[in-house]
Structure formats: C-alpha cells, structure tokens
Design a protein around this ligand. Structure first.
Ligand SMILES: Nc1ncnc2c1ncn2[C@@H]1O[C@H](COP(=O)(O)OP(=O)(O)OP(=O)(O)O)[C@@H](O)[C@H]1O
Ligand SMILES: [Mg+2]
Length: 242
C-alpha cells in the first residue's frame, strides 16, 4: 500500500546486523513500522529487541542492511549521506537514550545546537534555547554545564534540544527514564502537545508504564520484529499494564 499523506514514517522489511562471523548479531530481522502525523506513537519491547536500532534508522543516523524507509514522504534509503544529514537537521528532533550533551558547552549552548546547525544566528538561537529550557523547568540554568546537573535535569536539556528547532518528527529513546513522576508527566505533556499538531509526529521508545496513557498508538517489538502496531485503546493499554 502506498503511504498516505498522513503517514509520518513508513519502514518496510528492515534488517540490520552488527559485527561479523560468529559474533554477528541481527538487531532487526525484517521489521515493518509505521507512524502517523498528528499522533504520539510508543514502541515497547524487551531489552535488546532492536528499539534503539530502529529509531536510529528512522533518524537516518544508521543505515539498514535491507529495506526501505520513508520519512515525511521522502525515501531516506535513496538519499546521499549529505542529504540525509541535511534532512535530519531540518525535520527531526532526537532524544538519545544516553543524553549526549556536549560537556564543554553550557546548557543554553547545548540546546541551541540544532538551530545553529540550521544557520540561525547565535543570539536568536540562544533566545529560543532559553525559552525551551524554561518550558522544561530549567529557567535560569542556561549558563550551567551538564556536569552541574542531575541526571533528570540533563535529560530535560536533551528534550529542550530535541524540540528547539520545532521539528516535524520527534524521536525519543526513553525520554522519562531519569525523571520523577511529576517531571515525567510534564515532559510527556510537552511531547503530546507537539503530537497534537496535524503535521507533526512523535515516536517514543519506553519501558515506563507511566507513559502508556499518553499514547495514541502502540507498537510492540520482539526479537528484531514489530509484532503489532495498534491504536491505543482501553484493551491494548490494559494488556500492556499486565
Ligand atoms: N553498535 C552495535 N554493535 C554491536 N551490536 C549492537 C550494536 N547496537 C546494537 N547491538 C545489538 O543489537 C541488538 C538490539 O540492540 P538495541 O540497542 O536496538 O536494543 P533495544 O531494544 O534498544 O534495547 P534496550 O531496551 O536495552 O535499550 C542487541 O542485541 C544489541 O546488543
Ligand atoms: Mg535502546
């Protein structure tokens, strides 16, 4: 079936292996995945089932061995490396499982990076970064360095950095893992607000049951494949909560 205009991501028969010979691991074994615009999509599944690998392929930071990936109507798997990088800078916000803040930059500088990469002048980028830091509850901390923050605060800087350039696709790997209940809730509220816009999409990998209720749709992965990808209904949520 061709992707419809409401499709944000469509990935077909994705395979990806790491290493060679006897040490080779197949992280993805023919995974199919779709995410819609205007939705917050969860990906759940056991550790090692391929969630981060799939996210990295959708974000264009990892190239699959086989399969086809369409993001916002463009076929990533047909683009040159340079075009993928450019496409990612403009359209994708990524929250990494390890927050990947740059230790030698202040928080406001860290959160400005996506705008600077898109050619926004520094003063304007830093104004926007400060406003985003305020939204994640870190007002006034812009001149601190990552090492001066707790894990949960660093995670919130990573979230500010992922949203600062107003990307159409936001990809989050365990965005609430280091957050307490209240902060986790407010971060998910922020992501949900993005996903409510008709031309945006948010994909969240999580092990955190507190996040399930924010989902519009839930994909379940196991052993390198996507088993189900269903609208979040009282039944699917109940099954997940066990
Ligand atoms: N760079 C790599 N080199 C070798 N093996 C890798 C690499 N990245 C991932 N793998 C392997 O691929 C499989 C899938 O890894 P992945 O990180 O996608 O899992 P995950 O579902 O995100 O797990 P978790 O919930 O623990 O984060 C695992 O067996 C992992 O060891
Ligand atoms: Mg992972």
């Amino acid at each position: 079936m061709p992707p419809s205009p409401t499709t944000a991501v469509a990935a077909f028969r994705i395979t990806k292996g790491f290493g060679s010979g006897a040490a080779r691991t197949m992280a993805l074994k023919g995974a199919d995945f779709t995410a819609a615009l205007g939705e917050l999509q969860l990906i759940v599944g056991p550790s090692g089932c391929g969630k981060t690998t799939l996210l990295s392929i959708i974000a264009g930071t990892l190239v699959p061995d086989e399969g086809k990936v369409l993001v916002l109507g463009e076929e990533l798997t047909q683009m040159s490396k340079g075009r993928v990088t450019d496409f990612r800078r403009r359209n994708i916000g990524f929250i990494f499982q390890q927050f990947n803040l740059i230790p030698t930059l202040t928080l406001v500088e860290n959160a400005s990076v996506p705008l600077l990469l898109n050619g926004v002048p520094r003063s304007k980028a830093e104004r926007a970064a400060n406003a985003m830091l305020e939204q994640v509850g870190l007002a006034g901390r812009g001149q601190n360095y990552p090492r001066q923050l707790s894990g949960g605060q660093q995670q919130r800087v990573a979230i500010a950095r992922a949203l600062v350039h107003d990307p159409r696709l936001v990809i989050c790997d365990e965005p609430t893992s280091a957050l307490d209940r209240e902060t986790g809730h407010s971060v998910m509220g922020l992501l949900k607000e993005v996903a409510r816009k008709a031309d945006r999409s948010v994909i969240v990998v999580t092990h955190d049951p507190r996040v399930y209720d924010f989902a519009d749709r839930i994909a379940e992965m196991e052993d390198g494949r996507v088993l189900t990808n269903q609208l979040a209904s009282p039944e699917t949520l109940h099954a997940l909560h066990g």
